[in-house]
Design a protein around this ligand. Structure first.
Ligand SMILES: Cc1cc2nc3c(=O)[nH]c(=O)nc-3n(C[C@H](O)[C@H](O)[C@H](O)COP(=O)(O)OP(=O)(O)OC[C@H]3O[C@@H](n4cnc5c(N)ncnc54)[C@H](O)[C@@H]3O)c2cc1C
Length: 384
């Protein structure tokens, strides 16, 4: 298997990383402290041609391959060093925009994709509910047909971009009798629709520059044309497909975060002196740096392997779950090592290691927990 990138892809990676370094990194610590989303960065992302990267050029997107989307996400995370920005971007790309592209009618695509691609709109996806997380088939939000419309009622939880999104793909039960994850449909909802509201903004441990909220649907009336894909099939056909995008393209952001954390630790170990010499000269510190590099490359390889398989149309669910488990564990381990290398300073908010530790924990939870990934992997093994 050949994992080398083309010279054009390498240039794209470096230019994107430099762009993120100059634009996103400078205010990252402050946005984290204040839990603040910066709309100006989103506009700049659109102007840079990155907001609609996975979407074909015909709809205003970048027409990038799965691997190229990974490269961009990794570059933005490494250069920008803002886990929250990458969370918002990842959600916008792979669960906010891609489902409309892959399953929307031509009318829906023309209505939403150009704005989602040029940075005018922010996308989001709402499947999780207060009582339905890992058990995604247990959602209680309902959509009841009324003439030409569907009327949605229910509450969604943990919705990335919830307070700022212009459009949200909402999963709702259209058949309350169906079992085994059937009877669930997806609706593209304009967030200005009466009956759609973002509830309280959630105060998070990490990724704090990305706004997360509850979404409340109260008699939210949506035209029938806003349904994505066939009625009742959204969990199997759309949500599980979204998970594959999350476990490849979105994970590449975590790889970029790990690269930034290693670079910080290396820099600090070279600059900090104790006992009359840089701490990088102590073997104990060198081994931590080596472990961080091993973990980073393990995760990078796992993510790009899954992404490449996805791009080639080959089975990749097990590989994507393996990548997610690895990142869930190793990104936190690397952040802990970075804190340790920084000593007392690593415990302070003045250095990015502490933020990396808080940001990294999400990888083992969002988009399917580590435990659920292991269940997916074991299920595939036992079916062999
Ligand atoms: C910051 C953030 C952003 C998010 N963004 C979105 C979003 O944009 N849209 C959206 O729809 N959702 C979003 N989510 C929701 C996310 O996908 C869920 O939090 C996740 O799937 C876990 O669900 P839960 O939190 O309800 O945990 P639960 O499912 O209640 O799990 C609790 C614990 O039990 C374990 N567990 C549960 N079932 C099993 C089992 N069968 N076997 C073994 N262990 C099990 C879990 O692994 C976990 O450790 C987001 C979450 C966060 C924190």
């Amino acid at each position: 298997m050949d994992f080398t990138v083309t010279p054009e892809q390498q240039t794209f990676f470096e230019e994107t990383r430099a762009w993120a370094q100059s634009l996103i990194a400078p205010g990252a610590a402050e946005r984290d402290r204040e839990g603040r989303w910066d709309p100006a960065l989103w506009k700049a992302l659109g102007a840079q041609g990155l907001a609609g990267l996975p979407i074909p050029a015909a709809y205003g997107g970048g027409g990038a391959s799965v691997v190229e989307c990974c490269l961009a996400n990794e570059a933005i995370a490494e250069g920008g060093h803002d886990g929250g920005f990458n969370l918002s971007l990842g959600a916008h790309w792979v669960i906010g925009t891609v489902p409309i592209w892959l399953h929307g009618s031509e009318e829906l695509k023309k209505r939403w994709l150009p704005g989602l691609c040029d940075g005018t709109f922010v996308g989001s996806w709402a499947s999780t509910e207060p009582e339905s997380g890992s058990d995604a088939g247990s959602i209680r939000t309902t959509a009841v047909r009324d003439g030409d419309d569907w009327v949605l009622n229910g509450t969604k939880m943990f919705i990335t971009n919830g307070p700022i999104a212009d459009v949200c793909t909402v999963l709702a039960r259209t058949d309350t009798k169906a079992t085994a994850g059937r009877g669930i449909s997806a609706f593209v909802v304009d967030t200005r629709t009466p009956g759609f509201s973002a509830g309280r903004e959630l105060d998070k441990l990490g990724c704090r520059s990305s706004p997360t909220a509850e979404i409340v649907l109260q008699g939210c009336r949506v035209p029938a044309e806003c349904m994505l894909g066939p009625e009742g099939e959204a969990l199997w056909r759309i949500a599980f497909e979204c998970f594959d995008w999350e476990r490849t393209v979105m994970l590449a952001g975590s790889v970029g975060g790990m690269a930034a954390t290693l670079a910080d630790a290396l820099r600090y170990a070279g600059q900090r002196s104790q006992f009359g010499r840089p701490i990088a000269s102590f073997q104990a510190v060198q081994h931590k740096l080596a472990d961080m590099k091993i973990n980073l490359e393990t995760c990078r390889m796992a993510v790009y392997r899954a992404a490449w398989l996805k791009q080639e149309g080959l089975p990749h669910q097990t590989e994507a779950s393996i990548a997610k488990v690895l990142i869930g564990e190793l990104s936190v381990r690397n952040a802990l090592e970075a804190v340790q290398i920084h000593g007392g300073y690593g415990y302070l908010r003045d250095f990015p290691a502490e933020r990396a530790l808080r940001d990294s924990k999400l990888s083992a939870i969002g988009g399917g927990t580590t435990e659920i990934q292991k269940t997916v992997i074991a299920r595939a093994l036992l079916a062999e």
